[in-house]
Design a protein around this ligand. Structure first.
Ligand code: GRF
Length: 201
């Protein structure tokens, strides 16, 4: 399966995916990495591994629709069958959502539906939760509201700061995102309303 990864930043989740492919855990191929930020470190990570890395400049397009049409052209050119959002900071519009319905996944650093949106780890920390975690979900037109595939929780410790908590969550992100992608690639996910059924291998 050809996977496209959309990024905006450091790309540690992209790296986890690359590593999972290179060590044989994930039988798939990343055919392209696309960024809306020119100097995103994630683009360098892709290049280091011989993966096509493309910057699509949002400033060149007058609307989200035109921007996404360009992204779509890049996706088609690289025969992408699945899109992974990995720290991609743009909210998807109809163009991509319709073209890749039920074929877009995202990783979110909180136990959804709690703490959607930006700085989720900080939101959770400041709320005083005793367990935090991360979620892999399908992407739909809602903000972080699509059907949930996998979640993992981590303990919040007495001496945590929002940063130490974010690091503990990130470690788990790097595990569950490849796990969820593996389930997708193996065609073991069935969306039933709000629920995602996981078929046995
Ligand atoms: C991660 O915390 C992810 O959950 C969120 O954005 C961050 C991206 O980090 N969606 P990275 O670029 O993968 O290192």
């Amino acid at each position: 399966m050809n996977i496209a990864v959309l990024v905006s930043g450091r790309g540690s989740n992209l790296q986890a995916m690359i590593d999972s492919i290179e060590n044989g855990y994930l039988k798939a191929r990343i055919s392209v990495v696309i960024s809306d930020i020119e100097n995103a470190y994630a683009l360098l990570r892709a290049k280091k591994h011989g993966i096509e890395a493309v910057f699509v400049d949002p400033e060149k397009y007058s609307s989200k629709e035109f921007y996404e049409k360009q992204v779509l052209a890049v996706l088609k050119k690289h025969n992408a069958e699945l899109i992974l959002l990995a720290g991609y900071m743009k909210i998807l519009g109809k163009t991509l959502l319709l073209a890749y319905k039920d074929r877009i996944l995202n990783i979110h650093p909180a136990l959804l539906p709690a703490f959607s949106g930006l700085h989720a780890q900080k939101q959770a920390f400041e709320h005083g939760v005793k367990v935090a975690g991360c979620t892999v979900h399908f992407v739909d037109e809602t903000l972080d509201g699509g059907a949930i595939i996998l979640q993992r929780c981590v303990e919040v410790k007495e001496d945590d700061t929002d940063e130490t908590l974010a690091d503990r969550i990130l470690e788990q992100e790097h595990k569950i995102y490849p796990e969820a992608v593996k389930l997708f690639v193996e065609n073991r996910l069935r969306i039933e309303g709000r629920k995602v059924k996981i078929l046995r291998s």
